[in-house]
Design a protein around this ligand. Structure first.
Ligand code: GAF
Length: 378
């Protein structure tokens, strides 16, 4: 990662007041459940966006980043017209302004080592870093628990991606060494201890390097289908269909595709709850089968996996992983495999071999431990 402070000085000719960092995330389990008012269990990655920032004497905001060399400037009157990576910054300014906050004029330099397009929330990390910096610089009275919804509004309304609240919640509310159990309806959180090293375990993240893009129609189509099913079933959200009422609910739906979408959400919510129970009891290894069942549900019922992702899961399991699943919105991105820490190299090699046999672009893999959420750096 380039030094954000040095980037700030190079772009603006002065020292930043401080640096604020916000991480990418992986989701241990609970996929597409967030916009169904359900449960998710992400943890923060060590990879993060760093925002070096200072208040500005001039009106408006100026931002530079290592995404693109050209700095971007905008004022409150031109706020609606910002595009590309800077739209995530302008979106945060817009969401704060729209919520009645007096957003301070600022200069910001951004650096990031969160892989882009890998389904690990590089955009939520960017929004969260900017939001945290602006809230601190402006002394905004904005409780941490209220911040994810504002960053989500930046993405939903300004950028136009119909995502749920998981990614921004993970980037802002996660804690080091823990997974974040989030109830996406009440926004209540429980920090679940997740000490992989103490159990001799590791989470291997395998980036399929297959392109990932959920601003396109598939993510929105899944969301629409879930909302339509909830309407037909007469419930506020699919969260309200419990596993014991699932068969009855499925009986009320004519469309087979919609039935399978509902089955994924209802069973996935239960898998999150079961995973949390096991982790509370310190039984990390035993969550493996739930991860693998989650993957099968995403592959067969929700239909959001791609061949590269399925092959990575199968190869990791064949190499001895306790469980493996795709993480994130789908149609590419990353796979998580729960493995013995000593098996990282052999598991990675097994996935690489499987990819080479099929002439897929080579995957990249790294081990992840839960890092901290958004914070001001010392
Ligand atoms: C993407 C979205 F941004 C999240 O809100 C969530 O729905 C996820 O896909 C799937 O669980 O990351």
């Amino acid at each position: 990662m380039n030094d954000a402070s040095a980037a700030f000085t190079a772009a603006f000719g002065s020292e930043p007041t401080g640096r604020w960092a916000a991480p990418g995330r992986v989701n241990l389990i609970g996929e597409h459940t967030d916009y169904n008012d359900g449960f998710v269990l992400p943890f923060a990655l060590p990879q993060r966006v760093v925002a070096a920032a200072a208040l500005s004497d001039e009106p408006g905001w100026a931002v530079c980043s290592d995404f693109e060399p050209e700095p971007v400037a905008f004022t409150s009157t031109g706020l609606g017209a910002v595009e590309g990576w800077a739209a995530y910054v302008a979106g945060v300014v817009w969401a704060l302004t729209d919520a009645g906050f007096d957003v301070p004029p600022a200069r910001i330099a951004l650096t990031s080592d969160v892989p882009v397009g890998a389904g690990v929330s590089s955009s939520a990390a960017l929004e969260s870093a900017v939001l945290t910096a602006l809230a601190d610089l402006g002394g905004l009275d904005l409780p941490v628990a209220d911040r994810p919804a504002l960053a989500q509004r930046a993405e939903n309304v300004y950028v136009g991606a119909p995502t749920g609240i998981m990614d921004q919640s993970a980037s802002i509310r996660c804690e080091e060494g823990r997974a974040l159990f989030l109830d996406c309806r009440s926004l209540a959180v429980e920090q679940i201890p997740f000490d992989l090293a103490a159990a001799g375990l590791a989470i291997l993240i395998i980036n399929s390097n297959a392109p990932h893009q959920h601003v396109d129609g598939e993510y929105g189509a899944r969301r629409k289908s879930c909302e339509e099913a909830a309407r037909i079933l007469g419930v506020p959200a699919l969260r309200d269909v419990t596993p014991d009422a699932l068969d009855e609910a499925l009986g009320k739906l004519d469309d087979d595709v919609m039935r399978r979408r509902v089955r994924h959400i209802v069973t996935e919510n239960q898998r999150v709850l079961d995973t949390v129970e096991l982790l509370r009891a310190g039984r990390i290894r035993d969550i493996g089968p739930l991860m693998t069942a989650s993957h099968a549900s995403m592959r067969d019922d929700f239909e959001i996996t791609v061949p590269e992702i399925d092959v990575a899961v199968e190869a990791a399991l064949a190499a001895g992983a306790y469980g493996a699943r795709m993480t994130g919105g789908g149609f590419g991105g990353c796979v998580l495999a729960l493995i013995d820490a000593a098996d990282a190299d052999t598991t990675t090699a097994a996935v690489e071999r499987a990819y080479a046999e099929r002439s897929f672009t080579a995957p990249t893999a790294w081990m992840a431990t839960p890092g901290p959420g958004a914070t001001r750096l010392p």
